[in-house]
Design a protein around this ligand. Structure first.
Ligand code: GLN
Length: 511
C-alpha cells in the first residue's frame, strides 16, 4: 500500500470516493510511513495509530452508508501542535504543556473532522510558535527531509516536513510572521497564510492574537486550496472571524492550471523585499520565475514600499507585547506545569519557578521584551510606535495594490541552513522572516510555492505571492499557474523531484 503515500490529496480523495481504496488503508499507509521515517525526521510529537484508524474506519462506514461526505473525506491530515485536539496531547512545543489534553477540538480541526479528514498526528514546532527553524521546540528539532543536517524552517517545520516527506498528504499550520510560508519554502512544499479572520483561531494556542492565522500546508497548490476550503469560514467562537462568503479556492487553483490565466496579471516586485543579503541562488530562481510569468503575458511592476524596512522591528515589539500577555496564563494555577519549591513556597515562588522551568530561552526572551515594551512610561515609545509603523505598512500595501494584482517576492532570503548555525544569534532567525512578516502586519493573504533548487546548495527555493485582503483565491489561481509552468520547465512536478518521492523508507531518500 506504500504507493498511496505518493499520491496528491486530490488523487487520493478521488480513489477514496470511487471506493478503490479505503480510509483505513490510506491511514495505515501513512502511519507506516511515519514509523519508517519519522525516527530520522522528527516531524511528529504525537501519533495514536489506534485512534486514527478508528476515525478512518468510521469515515469508511459513513461512506458505505451512503452519507454525502466532503471532497477530502478519508484523507489523513497532520495537525500542528499549536491546535488543540481531544484525541492527542497538545503542547505547542513546550514543556509547559507537556501531556496537556484539551477538552475540545480547535475549530479548524473540528471542521476537518466533520469533513471526514483523519487526524494522523500532531506535528513538531518551535515552542509557542516562536522561531524560524523548529530548533526551539522543547522536544528537539525537526530535520529537513531534503538534507537532514538542515533545519526545515519554522515554526511549523513539523507540518512542512510531514507533507514533504510523504508522512501526510495535508497538514494544518499557523502563521504569525511566516510560520507556514517560510517552512514551506525551506522544505519545497506549499503553504498558505489566509486573510486574517478567514480561518477561526478558536483552539489555536495563542502567540500574538492580532497576527496569528491558521492555514493549510501540502505538496501542491490544489491540495493546499482543497484544505483551505475545508477550514475557512465564520466561527462564532472567534470574535475576529470574518462572516462572509468565500469563493472556492480549489476552483481557483484548478482554473490556474491553464497558465493563460496569467495574461495581463500585474505582478508587483517590492524593492524593499529584494534584500541585499539574500542568497544568490534564491535571487536567481526568483528572477527566473518572474521571467516565466512574463512569457505568459504577466506584467512586472516595480513597487516602492518605504516602510517595509521597519517591518521586522515593529513585529518584534508587537509580537512580544501580545505574547507576554497571552502567555501570562501559564502560571501553574490556571494552566500548565507546576513546580513546587522545597517546603511548599509562596504562590509567587511557585509561579516563578514554574515559569522558569517550563519556558525555553526564546520564550523567556520574548516575554521579558514584551513586558518591558508594555510597561508604563515605555508603552508609547515602543508599542505605540510599532503600531504606527504597522499602519504605515498597511498603507504601503494599499498603495501597491492600486497598481498591481499580486505582489511577488522570494518567500525567504535563504535556503535551509545547517542546524545550530543561528544558535548564538537569534537575530539571524528574525531576519529570515523579513519577507513574510509584512503580510501578517497587514492581515493580507500569502502563499508560498517551490520554484526550483538553489544552484549553490541544491536546496528548495520558495516564491511568495501576496494579494489584498479577501483575495485569497487570486493567490491560488496565480500560484497554480506558476506551479504548472515550473513543472513544464522541469519535466515533472516539483514534489516529484523530492529525494523522498517514491522511497519507501528514509534510506536512499534524505541526504
Ligand atoms: N519566525 C517568526 C517568529 O519567530 C514567525 C513565527 C510564526 O509565524 N509563528 O516569530
Amino acid at each position: 500500500m506504500s504507493e498511496l503515500i505518493n499520491l496528491t490529496a486530490a488523487d487520493l480523495a478521488a480513489k477514496l470516493a470511487s471506493g478503490e481504496v479505503s480510509s483505513v488503508e490510506a491511514t495505515r499507509a501513512h502511519l507506516d510511513r511515519i514509523s519508517a521515517v519519522d525516527g530520522e525526521l522528527h516531524a511528529f510529537l504525537a501519533t495514536d495509530a489506534e485512534r486514527s484508524l478508528a476515525a478512518a474506519r468510521s469515515v469508511d462506514e459513513r461512506r458505505a452508508a451512503g452519507e454525502d461526505l466532503g471532497a477530502l473525506a478519508g484523507v489523513p491530515l497532520a495537525v500542528k501542535d499549536v491546535l488543540v485536539t481531544t484525541d492527542m496531547p497538545s503542547t505547542s512545543g513546550s514543556k509547559m504543556l507537556e501531556g496537556y489534553r484539551s477538552p475540545y477540538d480547535a475549530t479548524a480541526v473540528a471542521k476537518a473532522r466533520a469533513a471526514g479528514l483523519v487526524n494522523i498526528g500532531k506535528t513538531n514546532m518551535d515552542e509557542f510558535a516562536m522561531g524560524s527553524s523548529t530548533e526551539n521546540s522543547a522536544y528537539g528539532p525537526t530535520f529537513n527531509q531534503w538534507n537532514t543536517e538542515r533545519v526545515p524552517g519554522g515554526s511549523g517545520g513539523g507540518s512542512a516536513v510531514a507533507v514533504g516527506a510523504f508522512e501526510a498528504p495535508l497538514a494544518l499550520g499557523s502563521d504569525t510572521g511566516g510560520s507556514i510560508r517560510q517552512p514551506a519554502a525551506l522544505t519545497g512544499t506549499v503553504g498558505a497564510k489566509p486573510t486574517y479572520g478567514g480561518v477561526s483561531r478558536y483552539g489555536a494556542i495563542a502567540l500574538a492574537s492580532s497576527l496569528d492565522q491558521i492555514g493549510p500546508c501540502a505538496r501542491t497548490v490544489l491540495d493546499t486550496a482543497l484544505l483551505h476550503d475545508v477550514v475557512v469560514g465564520h466561527d462564532r467562537h472567534d470574535a475576529t472571524s470574518l462572516d462572509m462568503q468565500w469563493p472556492s479556492m480549489a476552483e481557483a487553483a484548478r482554473g490556474g492550471v491553464d497558465p493563460s490565466t496569467l495574461k495581463g496579471l500585474r505582478v508587483g516586485v517590492v524593492k524593499q523585499l529584494m534584500l541585499d543579503g539574500a542568497q544568490a541562488g534564491v535571487k536567481s530562481r526568483f528572477e527566473e520565475a518572474l521571467a516565466l510569468l512574463e512569457t505568459q503575458g504577466a506584467e512586472i511592476v516595480e513597487i516602492d514600499a518605504p516602510h517595509f524596512e521597519y517591518a521586522v522591528a515593529a513585529y518584534y515589539l508587537i509580537l512580544p507585547a501580545e505574547a507576554s500577555s497571552n502567555l501570562a496564563k501559564y502560571d501553574s494555577v490556571r494552566f500548565g506545569l507546576r513546580v513546587s519549591p522545597e517546603g511548599g513556597g509562596t504562590v509567587e515562588s511557585v509561579m516563578s519557578e514554574t515559569r522558569a522551568a517550563g519556558f525555553g530561552a526564546e520564550v523567556k526572551r520574548r516575554i521579558i521584551l514584551g513586558t518591558y515594551a508594555l510597561s508604563a512610561g515605555y508603552y508609547d515609545a515602543y508599542y505605540g510606535s510599532a503600531q504606527k509603523v504597522r499602519t504605515l505598512i498597511q498603507r504601503d500595501f494599499a498603495n501597491a495594490f492600486d497598481r498591481v494584482d499580486v505582489i511577488a517576492s522570494p518567500t525567504a532570503p535563504t535556503t535551509a541552513w545547517k542546524i545550530g548555525t543561528h544558535d548564538a544569534d537569534p537575530m539571524q532567525d528574525y531576519l529570515n522572516d523579513a519577507t513574510t512578516i509584512p503580510a501578517n502586519l497587514a492581515g493580507i493573504p500569502g502563499l508560498s510555492l517551490p520554484i526550483g533548487l538553489a544552484a549553490e546548495d541544491g536546496l528548495p527555493v520558495g516564491l511568495q505571492l501576496m494579494a489584498p485582503a479577501f483575495e485569497d483565491a487570486r493567490l491560488y489561481r496565480a500560484g497554480a499557474a506558476v506551479e504548472s509552468l515550473i513543472a513544464d520547465r522541469d519535466g515533472r512536478a516539483f514534489w516529484q523531484q523530492s529525494p523522498m518521492f517514491g522511497a519507501v523508507n528514509v534510506e536512499g531518500g534524505a541526504r
